[in-house]
Design a protein around this ligand. Structure first.
Ligand code: HEM
Length: 395
């Protein structure tokens, strides 16, 4: 379904960003798109893409012009059904959702959980390394992240084992209506059903983050019908993202042993190293926006009502912003990477994700001298990116 851009000067690409081989390794395609220009028309999906750093960052900071309220996926029909959540609303509606989640997730509030998170990271690292060889995704990142967030939310024990697969489905639904997206719709419906019927007062622990959502429904800070939607944001956005970040970290340390040596020699580099992991292997590769007025980028006019894909994974490897962007450098400390977003929708769970990442890298650094890559396969998901499996032997 090739469609022309409305401004004939706009560079056009017929690349399928959601094809299996591109999802597994998107970086050569991103480089081609960045060279075409700061805005490119993706003719197969009838949408614009911003592949360079500066334009993605500006779009994220301009929520009045680059709206989230008409969805952040790429498919128009899907976006229509997804309106009205924390992710898919603009201020002032969006502020209501943020006000409910923020108190639990600000660093000061998270400090009370810090020791528990560090202990869990140490326990799981002790357990996986005792086997000598482990899968950084299935054995380490997944159980660590899912159980931790499920406990903080206060979810019932039953059904937890399904959450990650459903969240993965949820991320697949952000793509165009390809086979993967269609197959995932049922999983997302199931996740929403879980939030409406299982993750509810009476089954949630009274002191967990989930109950705070329903308290807001009672106090009037949130409309009661918005409570399951906000619960969905937690279980959808908080797991598969962090899982990918941690699995990518181990893979990067295995394939860049000198960088691992630097972290081990100087653990004060851990926050910088985790920022570099997030920059170079963005766990969420893209979300989109909808223009509310005409936007001009590099003299090219994007009409009001355009769908625009913001390519975080490409922006983070833009040589115009990061010198030698394909090099993994634990000392780079790229605090301005775009993997956690920016502006009003900047990831509300970022402080938790950072705490989790730092704790697990610290536990690995104090115990494991060397990771030896045994085998790695990369995920093919319409939005998230990371190793499907990253098997390493440790010494
Ligand atoms: C490394 C891990 C993570 C990554 C890479 C990540 C990435 C992102 C990104 C890029 C956005 C911005 C979306 C946009 O601009 O449209 C976002 C928003 C969000 N994230 Fe995260 N996230 C991570 C961890 C978490 C965790 C642990 C939680 C929950 C505790 C969480 C919950 C959310 C929620 C609820 C939003 C919506 C915020 C809003 O729209 O105002 N995320 N995340």
């Amino acid at each position: 379904m090739d469609q022309p851009p409305s401004d004939p000067r706009c560079p056009i690409s017929d690349v399928d960003l959601w094809a299996d081989e591109v999802l597994a390794n998107p970086y050569p395609t991103y480089s081609t798109l960045r060279d075409l220009g700061p805005v490119v028309w993706l003719s197969r999906v009838g949408a614009y893409a911003l592949p360079r750093y500066q334009e993605v960052r500006e779009a994220l900071q301009s929520h009045d012009t680059f709206s989230s309220a008409r969805g952040v996926g790429i498919d128009a029909a899907y976006n229509k059904r997804a309106e009205g959540s924390i992710l898919t609303s603009d201020p002032p509606e969006h502020d209501r959702f943020r006000r409910v989640l923020n108190p639990q997730l600000v660093p000061r509030a998270l400090a009370t959980h810090r020791d528990m998170i560090v202990r869990r990271a140490e326990d799981i690292v002790d357990s996986v390394m005792s086997a000598g060889t482990f899968d950084a995704a299935a054995d380490l990142a997944q159980p660590y992240t899912v159980e931790l967030l499920a406990d903080l939310i206060g979810l019932p024990a039953e059904g937890r084992d399904q959450l990650l697969a459903r969240a993965t489905d949820g991320f697949d639904t952000f793509g165009p209506p390809n086979e993967r997206m269609i197959a995932a719709l049922g999983g997302l419906r199931e996740l929403f059903r879980y939030c409406q019927h299982d993750a509810v007062p009476g089954r949630l622990t009274p002191d967990g983050w989930g109950q705070r959502i329903y308290d807001a429904g009672v106090s009037g800070d949130l409309a009661p019908e918005d409570c399951p939607k906000l619960m969905l944001a937690y279980v959808w956005a908080g797991m598969d993202t962090t899982v990918n970040a941690i699995a990518s970290a181990v893979w990067l340390f295995a394939t860049n042993p000198d960088e691992w040596d630097r972290v081990r020699a100087d653990p004060s580099l851990i926050p910088s190293a985790f920022n570099e992991v997030l920059r170079i292997e963005a766990p969420v590769q893209r979300f989109s926006r909808f223009t509310t007025e005409v936007v001009t980028i590099d003299d090219i006019e994007l009409p009001a009502g355009s769908r625009v894909a913001l390519l975080f994974g490409s922006a983070n490897r833009d040589p115009r912003h990061y010198p030698d962007p394909d090099r993994f450098d634990v000392g780079r400390n790229p605090i301005d990477h775009l993997s956690l977003g920016r502006g009003v929708h900047r990831c509300v769970g970022a402080p938790l994700a950072l705490l989790e990442g730092h704790a697990v890298i610290a536990a690995l650094a104090s115990r494991i001298e060397r990771f030896h890559e045994v085998s790695t396969t990369w995920r093919r998901n319409n939005a998230v990116h990371g190793p499907e499996s990253a098997v390493v032997r440790c010494s």
